[in-house]
Design a protein around this ligand. Structure first.
Ligand code: SRM
Ligand code: SF4
Length: 591
């Protein structure tokens, strides 16, 4: 990509050319190889041994933390710390320099909070702001699963960070690792009384699926270990799940959480303004591996409907036990529930679920998604309270040359007259603002230029997402959140040229095929293959019910812009009235 300073020629480690999978059609974009191996007891992956011999996720974390000679943890502890909500990382921008100086890589840690449904009080926000400043890079990252991450925490700062969060009644338990992760739920939970009711389920499921070990409290919060107390964990036992597990809850008609990409997706069924229960979908997941056709993205299959709270929780719980008992523990690339379901077959899976639950699922109830987006600006709810949804580009909260967002949010939080809610699209909602307080908050939004910034962002930018990628993600093959804004700067004139700049096309970018920014579920998806190169995927729908497919391999920036220019031209000329870009691509059989 000549002339682009964002390409760092030095990154030889990331310039590997990969071979690419070719997706087929349907609800998954899997390849043809369906020879998925079930877990073999004799062929367990290394992580399985680490889990079972970890003494309830304690491992040697305490010793690792005390070792001042290295910024890293012992190898096994690097896996275990994930279950406590942290990842060991290093600054990939500085690897070469450190290696040349014969120094250890610059290790630090990322912490991810457990925030079911993505909720913080104003006081918690103020605390988060200060913890970020004191212990991390300072940037608060809103994730695609409605929580926040802090990066760059040095080993000696992990414990103070967790202790500070604890004083705010916040934890990071099970935010990562082979357990149930942060449960997502449609944003604007107080839009109606039903939203509030549904939102409670995020918390209930999160609590139900917490590991029972007290190791988090012992290691980080100095709780005394009771030597002879056995921690029976009926759900996770000592082996936990074969892989990460995700639950999302959507309230139609908005699919803002991308419910079908989860291991378990609950779709709220509302009739006559009453919550009747949930359709349960299972087996979603977006990751694939370049060059491994046995891996693929898949949307969850709707299995049926359940009405009572007891049944809903039981069904989610038993889906987890099936995955625990039948998931692949040999090959972590094939260990997610989506492969377990494909391997068992949907009907046998459902039968097993009903057997374990002790009740049958009712036939799924009809529902309709019409959108998958955040509603920016001010909205009033049924109780008369106000909500302001602001655009946070790729979820990065910091003071930059465009806006002093972090400072602004601190000042807004200091009023104490609101709550904070994160959306599954990496944005932020200032929530629960009383009518009498709205003007005060609005004045702050104007003072710090937030309202103008949100209003001025174009349609494609507002609906875009990118994952973290460089410089902290160890798996990144290409840039994402640091690059996408400048790429959109160049895409916007193309949209304008073809008079489609008002189209709310969903465009997403990930630095590798793991799909953290949900690029396989976008109308236009970029998937990093090497530094400065992306596969271009097109044809996902706008509502999250159809995945995209690969259109072109490993494009650099000029090639991306050329391809999009041509696609936009034909879309602008030949689309039907109201037809979305993704639907047009499929109708015209462009992929
Ligand atoms: Fe993710 C791994 C960031 C949502 C699929 N993800 C990672 C790691 C932890 C890299 C690692 O394993 O060392 C990334 C840390 C980067 C960093 O420096 O912060 C990372 N994932 C993220 C976040 C922060 C992206 C973002 O910019 O918002 C999201 C945090 C969510 C959260 O709060 O819990 C994030 N990850 C997702 C999603 C989207 C979603 O769930 O809605 C997916 C695709 C859906 C799915 O799970 O299939 C996703 N992340 C993965 C995978 C592939 C899992 C698999 O099935 O193979 C990995 C790699 C792995 O687990 O081995 C991964
Ligand atoms: Fe890292 Fe890949 Fe996830 Fe992006 S999609 S955060 S590059 S693992």
């Amino acid at each position: 990509m000549p002339g682009n300073t964002w390409i760092n020629w030095k990154r030889k480690e990331d310039t590997r050319k990969m071979c690419i999978r070719i997706p087929d059609s349907g609800e998954s974009n899997r390849g043809n190889d369906k020879n998925i191996i079930m877990s073999g007891k004799n062929n367990l992956s290394a992580v399985e041994r680490i889990k079972t011999s970890s003494d309830g996720l304690r491992g040697t974390l305490k010793e690792s933390l005390q070792d001042g000679l290295t910024g890293a943890l012992k190898e096994d502890d690097q896996s275990l710390i994930k279950f406590h909500g942290l990842y060991q990382q290093d600054d990939r921008d500085r690897r070469e320099e450190r290696t040349a100086k014969k120094l250890e890589w610059l290790y630090s840690y990322m912490i991810r909070l457990r925030l079911p449904g993505g909720f913080l009080t104003a006081d918690q926000w103020i605390g988060l702001h200060h913890i970020a400043g004191e212990h991390s890079t300072g940037t608060i990252k809103v994730t695609t699963r409605q929580t926040v991450q802090l990066h760059g925490i040095l080993k000696s700062h992990i414990k103070p960070t967790i202790q500070s969060f604890n004083t705010l009644h916040l934890d990071s338990i099970a935010a990562c690792g082979d357990v149930n992760r942060n449960v997502t739920c449609s944003a604007h939970p107080k839009e109606s009384a039903i939203h509030e009711q549904v939102f409670q389920y995020a918390d209930k499921i999160s609590v139900m699926a917490l590991p029972k070990t007290r190791s988090y409290y012992e290691i980080w919060l100095d709780e005394e270990q009771i030597a002879d107390k056995k921690e029976d964990d009926l759900l996770y036992q000592d082996r936990y799940l074969p892989r990460k597990f995700k639950v999302g809850i959507a309230i139609p008609p908005n699919n803002d959480v991308d419910v079908l990409i989860n291991d378990v997706g609950l779709i709220a069924i509302i009739e006559n303004n009453e919550l009747k229960g949930f359709n349960i979908a299972a087996g979603g997941g977006l990751s694939s591996t370049h060059g491994n056709p046995a891996t693929y993205a898949r949307l969850a299959t709707v299995l049926g409907f359940v009405d009572t709270e007891e049944k809903i929780l039981k069904a989610v719980y038993e889906i987890m036990t099936i995955q625990r008992d039948h998931g692949n523990r040999s090959d972590r690339k094939l260990a997610r529930l989506k492969y377990t379901i494909e391997n068992m077959g949907v009907d046998p899976f459902k039968e097993e679920l009903e057997k374990r639950c002790g009740f049958k699922l009712d036939p799924a109830k009809p529902y309709t998604f019409i959108e998958r987006k955040d509603h920016y600006g001010w909205k009033q709810n049924h109780e008369g309270n106000w909500y302001y949804t602001m655009f946070v580009e790729n979820g990065r909260i910091l003071d930059d040359e465009k806006i002093p967002l972090k400072t602004a949010l601190l000042e807004i939080a200091k009023t104490g007259k609101l709550n904070f809610r994160f959306t599954g699209n990496q944005n932020l909602i200032l929530a629960d603002i009383k009518d009498a307080d709205k003007n005060e908050i609005d004045a702050l939004l104007r003072q710090f230029n937030i309202s103008d910034h949100t209003a001025a962002a174009g349609a494609i930018r507002k609906n875009a997402m990118a994952c973290v990628a460089f410089n902290t993600c160890p798996l990144a093959l290409a840039e994402a959140q640091r690059y996408l804004p400048s790429l959109i700067d160049k895409i916007e004139p193309l949209l304008k040229k073809h008079s489609i700049e008002e189209e709310e096309i969903i465009l997403r970018m990930t630095g590798c095929p793991n799909g953290c920014g949900r690029s396989p579920a976008a109308e236009i998806g970029f998937v990093g293959t090497a530094y400065g190169q992306y596969n271009l995927h097109i044809g996902g729908d706008r509502i999250g019910e159809r995945l995209n497919r690969k259109y072109k391999d490993s494009l650099d920036e000029p090639q991306i812009l050329e391809e999009l220019d041509q696609l936009f031209a034909v879309y602008s000329a030949k689309r039907n009235a109201g037809e979305t870009f993704g639907d047009f691509v499929i109708r015209e059989k462009l992929v």
